[in-house]
Write a protein that binds this ligand. Structure first.
Ligand code: SF4
Length: 610
């Protein structure tokens, strides 16, 4: 078997046991790896109405066949389980050195169940595993946790993924952080980790699975580096990080402002260039990446000399969505979220919703215990602190927008979320392909599983017949958006960075050279379709129906200004075309029996249609 160790580590924290979990080549070929393989492993453990935070609920860390190979932009991993935020399928990915070292530890992934009696961490090194005491780490932020572990662990090179206070408190949108400030941010999987009393996973080692054709892999890696270096977006990412897109996005009406009621704002105050002018900014790269889209802010404050810089999504959520253009407060809010392990998107959208409710007089000063006015950066920072501690009004905000709406007796259509997960900082009104991706995405509103704005801005995938079209048109958009969603879903099986500008043909060649399997673009698309349908079936099993494939009204009302003025996606048309293409049942929202069988998921078909 090439590209894999052929085993996960299976951990039962309650029984305090670790054992090998062998993987068959048939399953690896079918599910590839990463989040898709995790979904296949998790499927059999899921029970209807399973509490995501119950000891039985699995938590999986997973790498892919490309992880640890010489191919650039592949040091990524997926964390998966039932999302504590949505109650449905949950996954988040991150990059850094952790994925490379997890593979180096001799496992393709880790499958964890049970709840430890007290705080523990997992230590994996060169094919062996130990469950260790972490009482001394509980209550520490993620930077301190990594610092303490560095002083205690003998191995010279290791990486840590851990939770902060937010995960320990099981806040519904807590993240898992690795390699200082890299975040597996969405879906609240930090809360799932916290519910298991698992503070950290530490990985070390140099075990590498071989490749089927080493020389070919080397040649393809060289070609990939040259493709990446010659790509315009790669250059922009290197220069300004993901924030390079802020000015252009505002011009297109792609950035929500004032809690989705505006789209025009002074973007120059919070752009990638503004960040570089305000601070000393340095690049950070995941292992083996020639781009380095990560930012480090060096001279932030006397007591905080070096902090991880904010990404586009974070600046959008704490910035224009709250009408806050004070960069210092955005950098500080980002730092607090990172330090305590909190998803910046859900935190920012929840704060913006509180500002919206405060303006309407629904959330009063008495109830909130403070003023929550638009545009106040200090308020944004203060509310992040209160969310982490679940203190005062922070407790309500820590539940996310849907629960906030329910608690305050508001129409759920006012909560900017899909299936309970807060909307990211791209507008379905500006790109109708995004709207259908948000409504149907495997984990709720997700800008990464179907970043269709990239297609309508010129990104073609000729091998799959995906070409740019009118970004403000709904008709005919669902089919290419669904195909693109399947393709991007597969990136999280391969564990390939979504910014990698590689063609589908290059990806097929790389996968074949590593694993020895012949893979055509059509096979790749089919694997992506299988992945999307499998995750959908997990959510169906947990109670998901078609009624939840929708965008809230607050994100659909037409705007009077900006790049999407007067336009809104035709969701009925988009969803009908999408369901038709996918072969999903319009009544139940489930993949049809025939579709599941066609994708080689007969066991799922038997389960969903007893
Ligand atoms: S582009 Fe950014 S996220 Fe992707 S591999 Fe490079 S540094 Fe990591």
């Amino acid at each position: 078997m090439y590209g894999y160790h052929g085993r996960f580590l299976k951990v039962d924290l309650e029984a305090k046991t670790t054992e090998d979990m062998p993987l068959s080549e048939v399953d690896l070929k079918k599910y590839i790896g990463g989040a898709t393989l995790a979904a296949a492993l998790i499927y059999n453990y899921i029970e209807k109405d399973m509490d995501p935070l119950s000891p039985k609920s699995p938590l999986v860390f997973s790498t892919g066949p490309l992880t640890g190979s010489p191919i650039p932009m592949v040091s990524r991993y997926a964390v998966c389980g039932i999302s504590p935020l949505t109650g449905y399928w949950g996954e988040a990915t991150s990059g850094g050195a952790f994925p490379f070292r997890l593979k180096g530890a001799g496992y393709d992934g880790v499958f964890i169940t049970g709840r430890a009696e007290g705080p523990v961490y997992l230590y994996l090194e060169n094919g062996s595993a130990q469950i260790k005491d972490a009482r001394h780490l509980w209550g520490q932020d993620i930077y301190e946790t990594q610092k303490v572990l560095k002083s205690q662990i003998e191995a010279t090179t290791f990486s840590t993924a851990c939770i902060g206070q937010a995960g320990e408190r099981q806040i519904r949108y807590a993240s898992i952080m690795n390699d200082r400030g890299r975040a597996a941010g969405r879906c609240g999987l930090g809360a799932l980790m916290g519910s298991k009393n698992l503070k950290a996973v530490v990985v070390s080692g140099g075990m590498k699975p071989g490749s089927s054709d080493k020389e070919k892999v080397k040649a393809l890696a060289k070609e990939a580096v040259s493709t990446i270096r010659g790509n315009l977006i790669s250059v922009a990412l290197r220069e300004y990080g993901t924030l390079f897109y802020m000015d252009m996005a505002m011009a297109l009406g792609d950035v929500p402002a004032k809690y989705f009621s505006k789209s025009v704002f002074p973007a120059e105050k919070i752009s990638g260039q503004a960040l570089r002018q305000a601070y000393t900014v340095e690049n950070y790269a995941c292992m083996g990446c020639p781009i380095g889209c990560g930012r480090e802010v060096k001279n932030f404050r006397k007591d905080l000399d070096r902090v991880d810089g904010p990404e586009y999504e974070t600046v959008g959520a704490f910035g224009p969505l709250c009408m806050n253009f004070d960069l210092d407060s955005i950098v500080e809010a980002n730092h607090l979220c990172n330090a305590h392990g909190l998803d910046t998107i859900s935190a920012g959208v929840s704060i913006a919703y509180a500002m919206y409710l405060y303006e309407k007089g629904i959330l009063t000063r008495d109830r909130a215990g403070m003023e929550i006015k638009w545009g106040n950066g200090n308020t944004v920072v203060r509310l992040v602190e209160m969310i982490v501690k679940q203190e005062g009004i922070g407790e309500l905000l820590s539940r996310g927008t849907l629960e906030m709406a329910k608690e305050l007796g508001r129409d759920p259509d006012e909560a900017a979320q899909v299936k309970g997960m807060e909307m990211p900082m791209h507008e379905g009104r500006a790109f109708h392909g995004m709207a259908v991706s948000y409504a149907t995405g495997p984990r709720g509103a997700c800008h990464l599983k179907g970043d269709y704005y990239n297609v309508d801005l010129g990104g073609t995938v000729p091998e799959l017949n995906i070409f740019p079209g009118d970004r403000l048109a709904s008709e005919g958009k669902a089919e290419p958006a669904a195909k693109y969603q399947s393709l991007k879903d597969l990136y999280d099986a391969l564990t390939l960075c979504k910014f990698a500008p590689l063609s589908v043909t290059q990806i097929c060649q790389i996968l074949s050279a590593i694993t020895g399997w012949e893979m055509s673009p059509a096979d790749l698309l089919s694997a992506g379709d299988r992945s999307v349908n499998l995750k959908r079936a997990i959510s169906n099993k947990l109670g998901l129906t078609r009624e939840e494939d929708r965008l809230p009204k607050v994100c659909m009302d037409t705007l009077k200004e900006g790049g999407s003025a007067g336009k809104a996606p035709d969701m009925d048309l988009l969803l009908k075309e999408y369901y038709n293409f996918r072969g999903w049942d319009w009544e139940t929202g489930k993949p049809s029996k025939e579709k599941l069988i066609e994708l080689g998921l007969s066991h799922v078909a038997d389960d969903l249609y007893p």
